[in-house]
Design a protein around this ligand. Structure first.
Ligand code: GLP
Length: 270
C-alpha cells in the first residue's frame, strides 16, 4: 500500500487525479473502466480529472464508469440518487457518455427484484472486464461504498441496511435524516477488491480515526475500509488532517519521497 500525505485538499485532488490517469492510461484497454464513488471526498478529484480531459491528457469517450452504490427507493431522477449525482459530477464535466455510466439498481419493488438487480450488476461489471481504477471515499465509521461495519470481507453486490451513523452523516444532502433511505444496493468488499487499482481519497479531521483504523488497524469487518490492506495496488491520498493519527507517517513520507525520485528518473507521471 502506498500512503501519500499532502498539505491541502487541493493537492490531494491533483495527486489523486495523476493516480487515476496513470492507472487508466496504463491499463492500455480500448474501453477502460473507472470505478466511481460519491460523497464530498472525490469532488475535487473529479474537477481535476475534468482539467485533464480539457488538456487532452485523458479521454473518457470510450470508457465506462461503474458506481459503487445506490440508495434504494428514491424516485427516478431524484437529485440525490447516486445516478443523478454522477451524471452531474462526472458524466457532464468529464465527457463520460451517460449511457456508459452504470449504477446499481435501487428501484426494485421488492427484495427479489433488488437481489436480481444486484446479480445483474455483477455480471455487467464482469462483462466490462472489471474495474481498472476504483475511486473510494471513506465513511466516518470506516464504511467503503455502503459496506457498513460487519460487512463480509468477500461480499458481492447486494442490498444492505444503512447504519444510523451513515444516515445521519448523509442527512445533509436531504431534508433531514428521516428522508435518507434506510437501504442501499452496494458493491461488496469482494467486488471492490477485484479492481486492479484502489485509490482512497480522504481529507479533514473528521476522517482521521477511520483512516488510521483502515490503514493501520487490523484487517477486520469492523472497519470495512481495512480491506485496502489486502489489495496489491492500493494508494491512499490524504491531507494532513486526515493523516494526523497515522503512526507510521515517517515511513510513508520517506517511501513517497523515494518513489517520486525514482519516478522522476524514469520520467513516469508519479
Ligand atoms: C457515502 C458513500 C461513500 C462515501 C461516503 C463518505 O456514504 N456511499 O461511498 O465514501 O459517503 O462521504 P464523504 O466523502 O461525503 O465524507
Amino acid at each position: 500500500m502506498e500512503v501519500l500525505v499532502l498539505p491541502t485538499p487541493a493537492e490531494v485532488a491533483r495527486r489523486a487525479a495523476e493516480v487515476v490517469v496513470d492507472g487508466l492510461v496504463g491499463a492500455g484497454r480500448p474501453e477502460p473502466v473507472l470505478g466511481l464513488a460519491t460523497g464530498s471526498s472525490p469532488l475535487g478529484l473529479y474537477a481535476e480529472l475534468a482539467n485533464a480531459v480539457a488538456a487532452g491528457r485523458l479521454d473518457l469517450t470510450h470508457a465506462r464508469g461503474f458506481a459503487l452504490d445506490e440508495y434504494v427507493g428514491l424516485t427516478p431522477g431524484h437529485p440525490q440518487s447516486y445516478r443523478e449525482v454522477l451524471l452531474r459530477e462526472v458524466c457532464a464535466p468529464l465527457g463520460l457518455p451517460p449511457e456508459r455510466l452504470h449504477v446499481p439498481d435501487g428501484s426494485g419493488v421488492d427484495e427479489a427484484a433488488l437481489v436480481a438487480g444486484a446479480a445483474a450488476y455483477e455480471r455487467l461489471l464482469e462483462g466490462a472486464g472489471g474495474v481498472d481504477v476504483q475511486i473510494l471515499g471513506i465513511g466516518a465509521n470506516g464504511h467503503l461504498g455502503f459496506n457498513e461495519p460487519g460487512s463480509a470481507l468477500s461480499s458481492r453486490t447486494r442490498v444492505k441496511r444503512l447504519s444510523d451513523r451513515t444516515r445521519a452523516d448523509n442527512a445533509r444532502f436531504f431534508d433531514g435524516t428521516e428522508e435518507v433511505p434506510t437501504h442501499c444496493v452496494t458493491q461488496g468488499l469482494g467486488t471492490v477488491l477485484d479492481a486492479r487499482r484502489l485509490l482512497l481519497v480522504a481529507s479533514g479531521v473528521a476522517k482521521a480515526e477511520a483512516v488510521a483504523a483502515a490503514l493501520e488497524g487490523p484487517l477486520s469487518a469492523s472497519c470495512p475500509a481495512s480491506v485496502l490492506q489486502w489489495h496489491a495496488d492500493a494508494v491512499a491520498v490524504l491531507d494532513e488532517d486526515a493523516a494526523r493519527l497515522l503512526r507510521n507517517r515517517h515511513y510513508y513520507d520517506a517511501s513517497a519521497a523515494g518513489l517520486a525520485e525514482r519516478h522522476t528518473r524514469s520520467s513516469k507521471a508519479w
